[in-house]
Design a protein. Structure first.
Length: 170
C-alpha cells in the first residue's frame, strides 16, 4: 500500500523521539500499511497539533499513533480533537525514565480514550494499528497473520537450536 493515501499518522513530540518512533514506521512498512510521519508538539506547536487531529478523519486517516516523552500530553491532546482511535506511546526521556510519560499518556478522562502501549512500545503501537485496520482490510489481516506465523516459526527453530547446542555440551 506504499504511495497510497496514508491510513495511519505517526506523530511525535520532538525530533529526539525519532529513533524510537521509527520502529512503528518499520512495522507499518513491513506489513504494507500506508502511513505518514510527522513531528508536532502538543506544547510547543499546539495549533498545528490541533489542526492535525481535527483534519485527520476527513483526510482518510483511520488510526493515529502519537509518541511523546516527559509531560506527554500529545496523544491525549490529539484524542481530545478526534474520535479516531489514538494509540499513545510513552517515551523514555528525562530523569523519570518514561514513567512520567506513561502516566501522562494512560490516565485519560472517561470518554476520551488513548490506547496506551508500553514505554518505548512503538512497534506494538504499529501492530495494534494493524489489528484495528485488519477488521476492514483483508490484506492487512493477511500480513498480520503471516507475520505472527513467521515469528512463531522462527522462535521455535531458534529455541530448538539453542537447546540442542546446550545438550551437546553435556
Ligand atoms: C517531549 O519532551 C518530547 O516528546 C520529547 O520526548 C521530550 C524532550 O523533547 P526535546 O527537548 O528533546 O525536544 O515533549
Amino acid at each position: 500500500m506504499k504511495n497510497e493515501k496514508p491510513l495511519v499518522i505517526i506523530v511525535m513530540g520532538s525530533e529526539s523521539d525519532l529513533p524510537i518512533m521509527k520502529k512503528a514506521a518499520n512495522v507499518l512498512d513491513e506489513l504494507g500499511v500506508s502511513f505518514e510521519m510527522t513531528i508536532s508538539s502538543a506544547h510547543r506547536m499546539p495549533e498545528e497539533t490541533t489542526r492535525l487531529a481535527k483534519l485527520a478523519r476527513q483526510r482518510g486517516i483511520e488510526v493515529i499513533i502519537a509518541g511523546a516523552g516527559m509531560a506527554a500530553h500529545l496523544a491525549g491532546a490529539i484524542a481530545a480533537h478526534t474520535t479516531l482511535p489514538v494509540i499513545g506511546v510513552p517515551l523514555k526521556s528525562g530523569e523519570l525514565g518514561g514513567v512520567d510519560a506513561l502516566y501522562s499518556t494512560v490516565q485519560m478522562p472517561s470518554g476520551i480514550p488513548v490506547a496506551t502501549v508500553a514505554i518505548n512500545g512503538a512497534a506494538n503501537a504499529a501492530y495494534l494499528a494493524c489489528s484495528i485496520l485488519s477488521i476492514k482490510y483483508p490484506e492487512i489481516h493477511a500480513a498480520l497473520e503471516d507475520k505472527r506465523t513467521k515469528t512463531t516459526e522462527a522462535l521455535i527453530k531458534k529455541s530448538e537450536a539453542a537447546c540442542n547446542a546446550a545438550l551437546a555440551k553435556i
